[in-house]
Every structure is written in structure tokens, then in C-alpha cells.
Design a protein around this ligand. Structure first.
Ligand code: ADP
Ligand code: ZN
Ligand code: ZN
Length: 729
């Protein structure tokens, strides 16, 4: 008897491949890794199915499995199912989905063992310590002070210095014993007192965590500073008390450290973190600990949604509206969508937390698919700040800085308070232009302008990374009359430093936080109160709890009001609300100034009144009128090629294939060039599919995807399917 083994293999292919194995007495299981021949290469794949066959006839066309890498199931069934669902829903090659969902060392076959370390334990009562040397005595004393008279070797070294030989001689005397144990961070045994929750918080906790565990989604909508994180901590405590695990997803921002510390301070539990700042090795270890049930809380960004957790009891998604939950390349999944599917498959509650829920989530709550839990006041009793609009066409103190806002900044720093200024543009200036002939510095590879970065005397493209020296002469007419227009973070920082030479000013953007740990350092300095003025992009808008900030200024609020993208106003409302939430969190009240050329725009009325819900209601109505999400489903098929014609022709062929099926429910729009057509040397085009009926849209794709994948031009271009795109740019 032989086995036919179905394997998912990395790469762009949409099917799985059959191999055979003659080793049918081994205990084969799904989720094991195998090494298989593929063309001239050897690849690591994942076992998806095993079938017994009696005769050898079926095997003729198959190749043999080269090697099995695991003795037991490595990827649990629940995760295989989730990956299969993801591959199916996002119409993405299955092997590639495994690559995205798993740590690199797991998917490339490198590791599957949890690291061990050496512990030392006291053997029995020791009465004859006099005969021992000094070092040996202190080892015994140290072990006696530990629970179960046991300590890690590394810990002994830290406290007593190198003491290897003393340890070995104590072992020889039979006084202590070496043990192997799992390498894992200690749990915090000195947790700080729990904050007692207010009524709304307590009710949220009690509603989410009940005895009868079933799939139940909740929207925890709490204004900024209302104590959502505190609710998560109390919920986690309850879940841990029942020996279950908690999965917490957080956005991809510099905030992880602060967030994790709060959990570590208040819970004595094994907590692991899975974000982009850890190494592949650490990620693999954290993943293995979670898979074995040894990590009780997993806190991670997007891809952590695929972490195997044998005793998963609850999923929490913090800042559920955040766009970093959607992957924007290869497998374009949304971690919130996958998390909801996971919670449903595993029949557990899931909490989506936000001060500014996404329009989709609000829609589901209105339809009573999600239960709403509201936190309506700031937990510390602080009031929400006053918001004032400033006409950005009025008098100015500097480019992009109105005189009115300037005066307010001066008053606050004189009173020794902190000021936070947002401008969503890094660099010095977005335009370099010749006064004589109107030439502008454009990127050669993109339909975009080069951004002036003055402190390095460079022009940089923020889309493709192209860099060149800052010009002093116009390349078109040779005039030296070059001027910059507009302002970015660097310019605001520089101008303010000129006005306030005494004040410590910090800039927080992608340029200033690139180095590892730079962001934490800046955040620390802000919390210590050292910095007086903080100038930053929206990186600084999210989640931070700075108590001395009394004034927040938004310098360029108009962008979102006029953007071509269907989600722009939603994002602006979320950003303004988040930014606003940074002011007046401590004892002193806060004020927010928003500079806009559209002071009469109805959008601002809701923002001034802190009425995100009403703004969202209008957006829902707009989406409903236009049959946009969540009222209609979207799919964008994108292509890019070095030649414009190839990119467009491919999508024309795709459109033709899709139109072969008589399908009244699905609208096929385009293809059209992308709004920024040329980027990093590629011409980009897109085809939009919309439907009120999600199923039909997916059926149409399923029906034709093989035909599309077989198109000849495919080798000359890159293409992707984006299900539920978060933008159409
Ligand atoms: P959010 O996550 O909603 O922004 P946090 O959980 O960070 O809010 O809470 C904001 C601040 O209020 C924190 O400093 C937190 O310690 C404090 N806080 C939260 N809940 C309470 C409570 N019940 N009593 C007193 N302070 C609280
Ligand atoms: Zn010129
Ligand atoms: Zn460029």
C-alpha cells in the first residue's frame, strides 16, 4: 500500500500537487512539512491531505516525497482551515498563503523546536555548607531563595558572575542538579494593583465574557482615553483564569512597547509579542510557544491573526479601523476579516475596539450583527478638548502656519505646556520650482514630484525612493532662481526653532524614526516632559497617552476633503478624532486648532462637536447611494508593466474573459490607468469589479481565474487581485 500526499507548495501556482510516499506505516498527518522535488528544485511544502492507494498504477505520474520534516502535526487543523479559507476568499495561491501566514523559519523548514535552556535545582537538604567555598555557598543561598529552589543558569550568572566551575563541583557533590527547561520569559510576579473599572467599563467586560462561549462579535466604541485598554486587560484576566489564551491584534505603529508594558505590569502571564521589530528567530520561538499553549497572551500586528493557539478563548482587535490591518501586497488580506472568520470557526467572542470605528464595522453594528459596547467618558475624568477652525488663507507666521496658531503655540510653551503639531508631509517642501520658466522637479520614475529634504541637500521621491542632490540651478533654463513651495515637517521644525530657540523641538516622522529604538526614545522624551513642541506626521496621532499636551494643531486638514478616494473622508474623520484625542488627557484642559481653507464645510461641524457618529452616518448614506462598501462588494484587478500598453492590454483581455459570462449582478468597470499611473518605472492599470452580491462576484472570479492565469502576457507583467480593497488609488 502507498500514500498519495497532497502538498501546498510556495509560489504563484494556484493548485496543490500530489506526491507519493511508500512509508505508509509512519503516522502521516496534515500540517506536516515535507521537502519535495519541483522541477529542478527542492521546495518545502505543507501536507494538506493523505490518501491510501492499493495499487501502484496511480503513482506512475507522481514523484516521491523526498523527506518529511516533522514527526507530528506542526500546523494545527484550525490554522490550515483558516489559511485555506483565506486562499479561497482572496483568490490567492495557496502555497503563498502559507508563506504569509507562518514565520519564515517554519515555512522554509528550518526550525520547529522550542529552545531549551539550563536550570539548576537544589537536590536535598544541605546541612554541611561549611565545607563549601564562598562561591558555592552563595549559589546554594541563591537557589534556596527561589520558588522550588530552582533557577536559570543565565540568572545565576547575572547575579553571581561566571560560576560554571562551582556549579559543576556542587553537581559532583550531589548537592545540585542540572535540568533542561523551556526557554521563556519569566512571568511578572509583582503585578501592580488593578484599576477598578467604572460602570461602563465593567459592563463591557461582563457582557463580553460569559460562561457560554460562542461566536459573538462586539464593537467596543470608546472615545479616546475612555479606558479601552483597561477593558482589554480585565478581559484577558478573566480568560486566563479559565486557562485559555488571548490573541490581541494591534496596528503597525511604534506603539507596541507601551501597550505590551501595560499588560505585563498588570497580568502575571506568559506574554509574547509578534511584530515587525523582532527577528525571524524570535518570531519563530514566539509562534512555537503559542502553538504549544505555553504563551498565554499573544500581542501582534496583522499576520499574528494566523498564530496557532490551541486554547484560544478571545480575540481582541485594537484600533480596528486602522488601515495597517490590510496587507497591500502579495496576499491582500484584511486581518480583521480573517479574525472574524477565525472567531466564528472557533466559536469564541471577538472584540473590535476603536474610538473611530470603520464604516464597515458601524454598519454591522447597526444591523445588529455586532453588539455595541460604549465608553462615553474619559476614564480619568478629563474633558475632551475644544476644537477651533482657522482659515488657512488668513495671515501666516510661516508657510503652512497661521499667525493665530502661532500665537497659541507661544502662549502654551510660555506656560510650560506641550504642543503637538500634525502635518502629513515629511521632508522640507513638496515642490521645487523655477521662478523663471516654471520648471518643477519631478521624479523620473513616477508621476510624482520630488520632495525637498534640505538638511541633506537632497531631492527624494517618496514613492520609489529615488534620491538626487538638491539642485542650485534650473536644469531647463539655468536660472538660479529656484524656490520651494509648501511645507513639510522639517520646515515647520526649522521655522519654529528659529522662533523659539530655547524650546526643545522633536520631529516625529519616517525619517526621524528609522533607526531601531528611535521611536521609543522620542516617546520617552515626550513623556519625561523634556520636549516642548512635537512636530509629526500621523505616526504620532495614534493611541499615545501624553499627559502634558494642551494644544494640538492640524496644519493641513484639507487633503482628505478633496481626495479622489472613496475612503478619504472616513480616514480624515478618524485622523481628526484621534489627533484631537491627544490633547488635554491630563489635568490641564486641551484645545485643538485645525487649519482649513474650508471652514464652512459641513464635515467640520461634526468634528467640532466630537460627533464622529454623525459624520459616519453621513458617510454610510453616501456609500449606500453609491453602492460602495459595505453596501456593495469591490474587487480591483491591478497590473503593472514597463510598457503602458502591455499593462492595459492585459486588463482588457481579463475584462473580455470576465464578460464572457452573462452576469448582470457584477459591473466590470475599466480598465483605466491608475491615478498615479507611473510608479517606480512601472505603468499601472486597474480593472474594477463591483457588485451588490458578494457571492456572485466571487463566483465570477472563481469561474475564470484559471483562464486569466493562463494568459500569455502574464510573464511580462505583475498582476494582483485585491478583494475588498481599502482604496482605489
Ligand atoms: P484608551 O485605550 O481608550 O485610549 P486607556 O485604557 O489608555 O484608554 O486609558 C486612558 C487613561 O485612563 C490611562 O491613563 C488609564 O490608566 C486611565 N484609566 C483607564 N481606566 C480607568 C479607571 N477605571 N479609573 C481610573 N483611570 C483609568
Ligand atoms: Zn528655469
Ligand atoms: Zn519616484
Amino acid at each position: 500500500m502507498n500514500l498519495i500526499i497532497k502538498v501546498a507548495i510556495p509560489g504563484p501556482l494556484r493548485q496543490c500537487f500530489d506526491y507519493y510516499s511508500k512509508e505508509c506505516n509512519l503516522n502521516w498527518q496534515q500540517g506536516m512539512r515535507v521537502s519535495v522535488p519541483f522541477g529542478s528544485r527542492k521546495l518545502i511544502g505543507f501536507v494538506l491531505a493523505i490518501t491510501k492507494v492499493e495499487n501502484n498504477v496511480d503513482l506512475k505520474s507522481l514523484k516521491a516525497i523526498e523527506k518529511r520534516l516533522d514527526d507530528k502535526q506542526l500546523i494545527p487543523q484550525s490554522i490550515i482551515d483558516l489559511i485555506l479559507w483565506t486562499s479561497d476568499y482572496y483568490h490567492h495561491p495557496i502555497g503563498d498563503c502559507f508563506q504569509v501566514a507562518l514565520p519564515k523559519f517554519i515555512s522554509n523548514g528550518k526550525q520547529s523546536q522550542i529552545n531549551q535552556e539550563i536550570f539548576w535545582v537544589l537536590c536535598s537538604d544541605i546541612n554541611n555548607e561549611q565545607n563549601l567555598g564562598k562561591k558555592q555557598q552563595s549559589i546554594i543561598k541563591f537557589l534556596k531563595s527561589k520558588p522550588s529552589n530552582k533557577a536559570r543558569q543565565t540568572e545565576l550568572f547575572t547575579h553571581l558572575g561566571q560560576c560554571r566551575s562551582s556549579l559543576l563541583s556542587l553537581e559532583k557533590k550531589g548537592l545540585i542538579e542540572q535540568q533542561q527547561g523551556i526557554k521563556q520569559d519569566d512571568i511578572n510576579s509583582q503585578i501592580s494593583d488593578a484599576i477598578s473599572l467604572n460602570d461602563e467599563q465593567q459592563q463591557a467586560v461582563d457582557t463580553v465574557w460569559k460562561d457560554d462561549q460562542k461566536f459573538s462579535p462586539f464593537l467596543l466604541q470608546g472615545i479616546t482615553g475612555s479606558g479601552k485598554t483597561e477593558v482589554y486587560i480585565h478581559l484577558a484576566k478573566k480568560v486566563l483564569a479559565e486557562n485559555k489564551q488571548v490573541l490581541i491584534l494591534i496596528p503597525e505603529i511604534g506603539l507596541t512597547e507601551q501597550f505590551v508594558q501595560r499588560f505585563k505590569q498588570k497580568l502575571s502571564a506568559h506574554i509574547v509579542v509578534l511584530n515587525s521589530s523582532i527577528s525571524d528567530k524570535e518570531r519563530t520561538q514566539a509562534w512555537l510557544l503559542a502553538n504549544e499553549g505555553l504563551a498565554q497572551i499573544v500581542i501582534g500586528t496583522r499576520s499574528a491573526v494566523f498564530t496557532p493557539l490551541p486554547n484560544l478563548g478571545l480575540i481582541i482587535i485594537d484600533e480596528e479601523h486602522d488601515s495597517s490591518y490590510k496587507q497591500q501586497d502579495s496576499l491582500r488580506y484584511h486581518a480583521r476579516t480573517v479574525a472574524l472568520v477565525r472567531a466564528k470557526k472557533q466559536q469564541i467572542p471577538i472584540v473590535l475596539g476603536s474610538a473611530t470605528p470603520s464604516i464597515e464595522t458601524l454598519h454591522h453594528s447597526q444591523k445588529q450583527r455586532y453588539q455595541i459596547l460604549k465608553l462615553s467618558k474619559r476614564a480619568t475624568g478629563a474633558n475632551l478638548p475644544k476644537i477651533r477652525l482657522i482659515n488657512s488663507n488668513g495671515p501666516k507666521a510661516a508657510d503652512a502656519l497661521s499667525s493665530e496658531l502661532f500665537k497659541a503655540i507661544k502662549a502654551e510653551i510660555t506656560a510650560n505646556n506641550q504642543v503637538l503639531l500634525f502635518i502629513n508631509r515629511r521632508g522640507y517642501a513638496p515642490v521645487l520650482m523655477c521662478h523663471q520658466c516654471s520648471w518643477q522637479a519631478n521624479c523620473q520614475h513616477c508621476d510624482a514630484k520630488m520632495i525637498v529634504h534640505q538638511h541633506r541637500y537632497q531631492l527624494r521621491c517618496h514613492h520609489c525612493g529615488a534620491v538626487q542632490n538638491l539642485l542650485t540651478q534650473c536644469p531647463s533654463c539655468s536660472s538660479a532662481d529656484l524656490t520651494t513651495y509648501g511645507a513639510g515637517t522639517q520646515q515647520i521644525e526649522q521655522k519654529l526653532q528659529g522662533y523659539f530657540p530655547e524650546a526643545r523641538i522633536l520631529r516625529i516622522d519616517k525619517d526621524s524614526t528609522q533607526r531601531v529604538g528611535a521611536f521609543e526614545k522620542i516617546v520617552n522624551e515626550i513623556q519625561q516632559g523634556g520636549a516642548k513642541i512635537l512636530v509629526g506626521t500621523q505616526m504620532l496621532a495614534k493611541g499615545h497617552d501624553f499627559h502634558d499636551v494642551t494644544l494640538v494643531g492640524v496644519l493641513d486638514a484639507d487633503q482628505g476633503l478633496f481626495s479622489a478616494d472613496f475612503r478619504a473622508t472616513e480616514s480624515l474623520a478618524q485622523l481628526i478624532t484621534q489627533v484631537t484625542g491627544r490633547a488635554g488627557r491630563g489635568k490641564k484642559p486641551g484645545t485643538v486648532y485645525i487649519q482649513t481653507s474650508q471652514v464652512d464645510h459641513p464635515f467640520w461641524k461634526n468634528m467640532i462637536e466630537h460627533d464622529y457618529d454623525s459624520a459616519a452616518k453621513k458617510l454610510l448614506q453616501e456609500r449606500s447611494d453609491l453602492e460602495m462598501p459595505p453596501y456593495g462588494s469591490l474587487c480591483v484587478i491591478r497590473s503593472r508593466a514597463k510598457e503602458q500598453e502591455i499593462s492595459m492590454q492585459f486588463l482588457m483581455d481579463v475584462a473580455e474573459i470576465l464578460r464572457q459570462t452573462e452576469q448582470q449582478d457584477v459591473l466590470i468597470l475599466g480598465p483605466v490607468p491608475a491615478i498615479m499611473e507611473k510608479r517606480a518605472g512601472y505603468f499601472r492599470s486597474q480593472l474594477l469589479l463591483t457588485s451588490k452580491n458578494r457571492k456572485r462576484l466571487h463566483q465570477l472570479l472563481d469561474h475564470h481565474i484559471d483562464q486569466i492565469s493562463a494568459l500569455k502576457q502574464i510573464r511580462k507583467l505583475k498582476w494582483s487581485i485585491d478583494i475588498d480593497p481599502i482604496d482605489l488609488l
